[in-house]
Design a protein. Structure first.
Length: 278
């Protein structure tokens, strides 16, 4: 876990350094940062409402989903967290996610498909993973990364206009090739770093979730099943912008280059889970 925490700090520092570097090139860094903060603050503060609406999730009835509520309460107690609200997504695709700006406003959502696919033991492993995201404040960390990456994208947008209008926004005018290079390369670098942060947090949630229940095998078994089903039954609604929140990528059945993936390879996650000692 410490290794993943250090990796997150290094990656966030690299992202911040990239912002400062291109900010030194342009005079409009503060405008870009303010714009990105405002844009992502709303997303962070209302994350639960936005995502639940996007996936058409409904609050789980205590009578109908009594065992699901019991599992969430049990894992939350072991994680020393308040019991989050529990939602069900009406989709046959098997997946789950956690959202909410802090532990007091947290939500754990599971699909109909995941409850049908997994055993109770495996589902508990998935719930533990999602509660680890809540405990580790991953919604906040993801929002910080998105804010910095967003500011970089805004500056890159300015660079494209600068290339068109002969150095607009540059202190000394610059040249077209420099501006075009900045506009194309820096958003890609920012995206790669942001995705690396997402993958690092997934590894940490796997490890912490396994520790909550004292066993990594249920989650490892669940991940294998979820990956196999996701290839044939991706989610029919939602967006790529929220895909990083899911326990497995919900929208694509194809193979992604690791560098551009929101999630680590399931094979790597399973290997790490099987090595954890309790």
């Amino acid at each position: 876990m410490i290794g993943n925490q250090i990796r997150t700090v290094i990656l966030l520092s690299a992202l911040t350094g990239l912002l400062i570097a291109i900010g030194a090139y342009f005079a409009n860094i503060y405008l870009a940062l303010v714009f990105a903060v405002l844009m992502n603050f709303a997303s962070y503060w209302f994350s639960d409402r936005i995502v639940l609406m996007m996936y058409r999730a409904k609050e789980a009835d205590v009578g109908k989903y009594a065992r699901l509520h019991q599992m969430v309460a049990e894992v939350a107690r072991k994680a020393k967290l308040p019991k989050p609200r529990v939602y069900v997504v009406p989709s046959p695709a098997a997946n789950a996610f956690a959202t909410g700006r802090n532990p007091k406003h947290a939500v754990v959502a599971v699909t109909q498909g995941i409850m049908e696919l997994l055993s109770e033991r495996e589902l508990k492993g998935v719930i533990a993973h999602e509660l680890a995201h809540v405990k580790n404040r991953d919604i906040l960390i993801g929002s910080i990364a998105a804010t910095i990456a967003g500011a970089i994208s805004v500056i890159a947008f300015m660079a494209r206009w600068g290339a068109i209008f002969g150095g607009f926004g540059r202190r000394d005018g610059g040249n077209v090739l420099e501006l075009l290079a900045l506009a194309i390369v820096t958003p890609i670098i920012a995206m790669i770093i942001q995705l690396a942060i997402s993958r690092s947090r997934e590894f940490m949630a796997d490890e912490d979730g396994a520790k909550f229940i004292g066993d990594g095998k249920p989650l490892a078994s669940a991940l294998k099943k979820l990956e196999a089903q996701a290839k044939h039954r991706p989610m029919r609604f939602g967006s790529r912008g929220s895909a990083h929140m899911m326990i497995v990528n919900p929208l694509s059945s194809g193979a992604f280059v690791k560098m551009f993936s929101t999630h680590p390879a399931v094979e790597d996650r399973v290997k790490r889970l099987e090595k954890i000692k309790y």
